[in-house]
Design a protein around this ligand. Structure first.
Ligand code: NAP
Length: 283
């Protein structure tokens, strides 16, 4: 496994395993167990994915030591605020069955996220969280947060794939020492990404699939990746991206695929914001 280093010195695997859209206990536990078996050492979960318990159980039953697996979770919008985030951190730890997390993120820069951030800072200082970060921050949001808080975020998990490249966001994160982490490295399967002619053609040169080219492209832009699959063969394929390197000319061929905006989520739409606020995990 290769690693990036966060701005507080904590090492983070360059590739991890995503667990979105696997809410059912047995399926989530099986997927995480199989991912650990093929060699993943970072698991990305969230309170909103409803699978923290399965993730914790799979890690405990894997035979690996707790410190061998980097675990990330996220505080849902409903719980973002100083008091509610404090409680939500403890709820996530209890669900996972751990006494610390490697990384905790605020899932969206929504609700009282400055209050929520202070709660993350406190838990970080108390040793409950080895690193803290944000998700879904656009460049102006991450810049403002970094300039306003005592402990700037170590990581920002945002949608990045060849069809939404977010160069400005990557540049801003680099300026503020925030590590980018890509969610949706495969655009959740949109744009025919797995058979896309440009990515497939590039892949042929290296004996790799379009999926592997997409992951490698993100890594070479300095973003770690957390691909999700419930199929072990794909898990293995997605992990196998460290024995080749895309040439500059191939990186340049991917650049024009950028559409400059997300077609998966629309953070600028009040309807989308209302939908996220409407998703309640508890009373
Ligand atoms: P993704 O990783 O872009 O795509 C997952 C899809 O690709 C699944 O349908 C999977 O199908 C398929 N797939 C995976 N590997 C493949 C391969 N080698 N060949 C063909 N198909 C393949 O989407 P994602 O799950 O949304 O994003 C990854 C992770 O990022 C999530 O699981 C979650 O942990 C995180 N995330 C975070 C946020 C956020 O707001 N912070 C938002 C979304 C996601 P199968 O499972 O059937 O193989």
């Amino acid at each position: 496994m290769e690693y990036f280093t966060l701005n507080n010195g904590v090492k983070i695997p360059q590739i991890g395993f995503g667990t979105f859209q696997i809410p059912e206990y047995a399926a989530a536990k099986r997927a995480v167990s199989e991912a650990l078996e093929v060699g993943y050492r970072m698991i990305d979960t969230a309170a909103a994915y409803m699978n923290e318990r399965a993730v914790g159980d799979a890690i405990r039953e894997s035979g690996l030591k707790r410190e061998e697996v980097f675990v990330t979770s996220k505080i849902w919008v409903q719980d973002i605020g100083y008091e509610s985030t404090k409680k939500a951190i403890d709820r996530s730890l209890a669900e996972l069955g751990f006494d610390y997390l490697d990384l905790m993120l605020l899932h969206q820069p929504m609700n009282d996220y400055y209050g929520g951030w202070r709660a993350l800072e406190e838990a970080y200082r108390a040793g409950k969280l080895r690193a803290i970060g944000m998700a879904n921050c656009y460049p102006h949001v991450i810049a403002d947060l970094c300039l306003s808080v005592e402990i700037p975020p170590m990581l920002n998990q945002v949608e990045i794939h060849p069809f939404f490249q977010q160069q400005k966001n990557l540049d801003t994160m680099r300026e503020f020492g925030v590590l980018p982490q890509a969610w949706g490295s495969f655009a959740e399967g949109k744009f025919g990404i797995f058979t896309h002619p440009v990515l497939t053609e590039i892949g042929k040169k290296y004996g790799k699939s379009a999926a592997q080219v997409s992951l490698r492209w993100s890594l070479q832009r300095g973003a770690c990746v957390i691909p999700k699959s419930v199929h072990q063969e794909r898990m293995r394929q997605n992990l196998d991206v460290f024995d080749f390197s895309l040439a500059d000319e191939d990186m340049k061929k991917i650049a024009p695929l950028d559409r400059g905006r997300s077609e998966i989520v629309d953070h600028f739409s009040p309807e989308f914001v209302k939908m996220l606020h409407g998703l309640k995990l508890h009373d």
